[in-house]
Design a binder for this molecule. Structure first.
Ligand SMILES: Cc1cc2nc3c(=O)[nH]c(=O)nc-3n(C[C@H](O)[C@H](O)[C@H](O)COP(=O)(O)OP(=O)(O)OC[C@H]3O[C@@H](n4cnc5c(N)ncnc54)[C@H](O)[C@@H]3O)c2cc1C
Length: 511
């Protein structure tokens, strides 16, 4: 359009946060030229789905995340907008067992955990995971007064205070810390599970709060997975069944593929294999007209009105170091744990025991190097061809070293499966995914870091951050962070244009 000035928005990082930011920028901003830059040769970041054709069927192997939480609305909303609503499935409703490794044996997780907190007392009483003494200590939760609100505490300290250390170590820690591959005694309650503190304050007891929350939980209306990919259209899919977790039929990469397709038709400048080395600005702090120079590793640069950094927090710190060292050092101080996943496929007939559930979690106190094991082909039956089992071992947690090469990780995973499940057969295929510094740790002090970051960013109109380093590590949170970053940029750009229109008016009056 003649006379139209296009603003330039550069988004750095093509994981789910950066892709979502680009998507919402195409929806919410007009007259903006959008460039999305990714250093890797593929889109998706931690979302990495392998589809392996085998014996007339397909293995769907997730290297990173394998589902997302349905209760956080941003994942479902984006999928629906992308036309993927009908392709979302829940976990298998027919074999819902989850086990906890306890002194080397698998014991079932008690029923009735509401957002991970026990809400079914008879089932806790029956559980072999906690001693009678530990169970009696859990009961004190109904009597202990709520602590008055005075700041943050660690997840471990909070749960131990309410339910006792035994319940924390044997039951809650493996579930909660597993999400962050973290150390619960370091994780900040306020940054990871703030609703638990609300339960304590509002109900006077975690269990009472969980019981009330369980009553309120309503279905999300998505159907669960069919028992086999080949039988996808048959009647054994269960319309309307509820699931806390969702995933598209052929893996989370469907979301990435749909986003990229949308960005291509929206004329977003999409650049793979392009690494950003530095961002600079010559404008004084707070100047509403600030522009940014995005410098690329090949020596070229992009002049931008506005920049969204959707790279991991420490990387974003490095990129900003030249013009705000103190903001950079806060971002770089957000620790990240390295993890790996090892997927192994077996003939069902080679397994010594049925995989009758979603898998098992391993408490830190068991001293194993694996964190959890997902029985993928039971959790999502269509992810392995008929007659085969797909298992995924999750390795690595904060504060624990793991071997950092594919062969050793594979051996570690096989050893775990041998020790716990007695599997000695040779897998028919295996895939190892290594994720270095992938899991941000929202440790004690994280809320204060976020305040420092927010106040520093106020001095840089047009600059915003997105991604898993700040206010949520899960896919829905990352999607939301991309949308919020676009809204921030939109406010800055509109303030800039209002200011310039006003200045122009003043200038005309003075002539
Ligand atoms: C093994 C594993 C399992 C997980 N399981 C789940 C799960 O089941 N459910 C769930 O909701 N979440 C899960 N998560 C968390 C979730 O996957 C991540 O938090 C989320 O995908 C991160 O998205 P992001 O866009 O913030 O970051 P990333 O995906 O890390 O994207 C950042 C991108 O920036 C690029 N980049 C870095 N530096 C530069 C540079 N200088 N220039 C240009 N580009 C650059 C990177 O290559 C990368 O693609 C899991 C994570 C892991 C590792």
């Amino acid at each position: 359009m003649e006379g139209t000035t296009f603003m330039k928005l550069t988004i750095i990082g093509g994981g789910i946060a950066g892709l979502s930011a680009a998507y919402y920028a195409t929806k919410k901003l007009s007259n903006v030229q959008i460039t999305l830059i990714e250093s890797d040769s593929r889109w998706g970041g931690k979302i990495s789905t392998g589809r392996v054709t085998f014996d007339d069927g397909q293995f769907i192997i997730e290297g990173g995340p394998d589902t997302f939480l349905a209760s956080k609305p941003w994942g479902v909303a984006l999928c629906k907008e992308l036309g993927l609503g009908e392709r979302l499935h829940g976990t298998n409703p027919n074999q819902r067992n989850t086990y906890v490794l306890n002194r080397g044996r698998l014991l079932p997780l008690p029923d009735g955990l509401a957002m991970m907190i026990p809400s079914d007392i008879p089932s806790i009483l029956r559980s072999g995971l906690i001693s009678w003494f530990g169970k009696a200590r859990m009961g004190l939760d109904f009597l202990l007064p709520a602590k008055s609100p005075n700041g943050d505490e660690s997840l471990g300290a909070f749960v131990s205070r309410r339910l006792g250390r035994a319940a924390y170590e044997n039951l809650i820690e493996p579930l909660m810390s597993g999400i962050y591959a973290g150390d619960g005694d370091q994780l900040s309650l306020a940054s990871t599970f703030p609703y638990l503190r609300d339960l304590e304050l509002n109900h006077g007891s975690l269990a009472r709060g969980a019981i009330s929350m369980r009553k309120k939980m309503s279905g999300n209306g998505v159907r669960s997975l069919p028992t086999s990919h080949r039988r996808r259209e048959s009647s054994d899919s269960v319309p309307g069944s509820r699931s806390a977790f969702l995933t598209p039929t052929t893996g989370l990469a469907e979301i990435v593929e749909a986003l990229v397709k949308h960005l291509q038709v929206s004329n977003v400048d999409l650049r793979l294999n392009t690494s950003v080395s530095r961002i600079s600005t010559s404008y004084p702090k707070g100047d509403i007209n600030s522009r940014y120079l995005v410098e690329l590793e090949d020596g070229s640069s992009l002049d931008s009105d506005s920049v969204i950094l959707a790279t991991p927090a420490p990387v974003s710190g490095t990129l900003l170091a030249s013009f705000d060292p103190s903001l950079a050092s806060v971002l770089q101080s957000i620790p990240c744990a390295s993890t790996a996943t090892v997927s192994l496929a077996y003939r069902q007939s080679d397994l010594p025991r049925p995989l009758d559930g979603y898998g098992y979690v391993i408490p830190r106190r068991e001293g194993r190097r694996a964190l959890a094991c997902t029985w993928t082909s039971t959790k999502f039956p269509h992810r392995a061809p008929e007659g085969y089992a797909l298992i995924r071992v999750f390795v690595g947690r904060a504060g624990q070293d793991i071997p950092w090469n594919e062969n050793d990780l594979l051996e570690l995973a096989k050893e775990e499966l041998n020790l716990t499940l007695g599997i000695t057969a040779k897998p028919i295929l295996s895939r190892v995914f290594m994720w270095e510094n992938a899991m941000p740790q929202y440790n004690l002090g994280h809320p204060e870091k976020l305040k420092q970051v927010d106040s520093a960013l106020e001095k840089y109109p047009g600059l915003a951050l997105a991604g898993n380093g700040y206010r949520g590590i899960g896919i829905p949170d990352c999607i939301h962070s991309g949308e919020l970053a676009v809204e921030q940029v939109m406010r800055d750009l509109s303030r800039r244009s209002d200011m310039n229109v006003a200045l122009h008016g003043l200038h005309q009056e003075n002539l």
